[in-house]
Design a protein around this ligand. Structure first.
Ligand code: NAP
Ligand code: G4F
Length: 337
């Protein structure tokens, strides 16, 4: 019998790659799907199995991190060996506009899931999607011992989720781990995060569909890795004998301007001709520099990053150009990359 996993956030960037990884390993995967008035399963449509499928290994369930009772019921019904809590309002800028909502889903949502595991009595392991945003203004390099100083409602909510996870490990002996992941991107990255906003714009400007790109702070430093590699680290954390917390990062810094330049160059364009500043995209308090030290993950998980920011910019531009070409020619857009 293969293992069973439950993923919150399965329709997001990471959830879709993690679902693929676990299915390839022979897991039965249950995904938490939140109700939306429009389709929100685009990232997993290529692996979707309908209710009539004879041997379903991917099953979606309507639930929400704001509904604790639904979480208990779902855990009792699916009895997962592993739970991955990836669900969140994950946009930092938006968290300043919706701080209470962000605290509820991203912060309290984690506590609800931990408590639902306890209430259901299911014997399981849980991965919490913690974030480098928790380090906030503490200067790099950041590792597992670096103090937190969050700079947004999102960062504060993630700190709450982090400590709740540690608390359930210490108080109840739960196998609960935090993956402190630095920024990771892919062709499936949400269109309003800066990397994808840039690579989509490169494709659209190249096709003559757009002539301006408005951005905020270009001086911020980030440590950008490749999402499919980062979900491998999540899985490895839950295969250890003991629960622990790990930083997952490339250790390689780049500014938003560096990424911008590389992405436009990959599209054969000069970014200065098209990019304009709009203060709308600045944050009330910014995180200036995030650069992780992944030594512990390398040592204990045997995990290493393979793709760095420049290559990432190139592969994302290529994917956005391919998707746009397909869209313009009326063909189906491929998502299995
Ligand atoms: P994402 O693409 O924004 O996906 C977020 C997922 O959470 C989506 O499936 C979304 O559903 C779901 N969700 C939102 N609110 C929910 C709620 N109330 N109940 C249940 N599900 C809800 O995020 P991601 O980039 O894949 O990141 C995955 C996780 O890692 C998030 O927790 C994020 O904060 C964290 N993280 C990300 C990074 C990064 O660089 N990507 C770095 C560190 C940590 P819909 O599809 O319906 O919106
Ligand atoms: O792409 P971003 O929105 O990502 P940010 O804020 O670093 O957060 C992401 O990574 C975190 C891990 O560190 C995750 F926890 C979180 O869920 C999310 O996935 O912005 C990156 C940088 C920022 O400094 C921002 O100020 O780009 C700057 N930026 C400049 N212009 C912009 C823009 N960001 C966005 N989204 N849009 C702009 O127009």
């Amino acid at each position: 019998m293969g293992k069973t996993a439950l993923i919150s956030g399965i329709t997001g960037q990471d959830g879709s790659y993690l679902a693929e990884l676990l299915l390839a390993k022979g897991y039965t995967v249950h995904g938490l799907l939140r109700r939306s008035s429009s389709f929100n399963t685009e990232r997993i449509d290529h692996i979707y199995q309908g209710p009539q499928h004879p041997e379903r290994t991917l099953v979606l369930h309507h639930a929400d991190l704001s509904d604790g009772v639904a979480l208990v019921n779902l855990l009792r019904e699916t009895e997962p060996d592993e739970v991955y809590n990836l669900g969140a309002q994950s946009h930092v800028r938006v968290s300043f506009d919706t701080p209470l909502y962000t605290a509820d889903t991203t912060g309290l949502g984690t506590l609800r899931l931990l408590e639902a595991i306890r209430a259901s009595g299911v014997d399981t392991r849980i991965y919490q999607a913690s974030s480098s945003e928790m380090f906030g203004s503490t200067p790099p390099p950041q590792n597992e011992d670096t103090p937190f100083h969050p700079r947004s409602p999102y960062g504060c909510a993630k700190v709450y989720g982090y400590w709740s996870t540690v608390n359930y490990r210490e108080a109840y002996g739960m196998f609960a781990v935090n993956g402190i992941l630095f920024n990771h991107e892919s062709p499936r990255r949400g269109e309003t995060f800066v990397t994808r906003k840039i690579t989509r714009a490169v494709a659209r400007i190249g096709a003559g569909l757009q002539d301006r790109l408005y951005l905020g702070n270009l001086d911020a430093v980030r440590d950008w890795g490749y999402a499919p590699e980062y979900v491998e680290a999540m899985w490895l954390m839950l295969q250890r004998d003991e629960p622990d917390d790990y930083v997952v990062a490339t250790g390689v810094p780049a500014t938003v301007r560096d990424f911008l330049q590389a992405a436009f160059a990959a599209g054969g364009l000069e970014w200065e001709r098209y990019v304009r500043f709009d203060p709308k995209y600045e944050r009330p308090s910014e995180v200036d520099a995030l650069v992780g030290d992944p030594a512990k993950a390398e040592r204990l998980l045997g995990w290493r990053p393979r793709t760095h920011w420049r290559e990432l910019a190139e592969l994302m531009v290529a994917a956005d150009r391919e998707a746009l070409d397909a869209e313009l020619s009326g063909a189906t857009v491929r998502i299995d990359r």
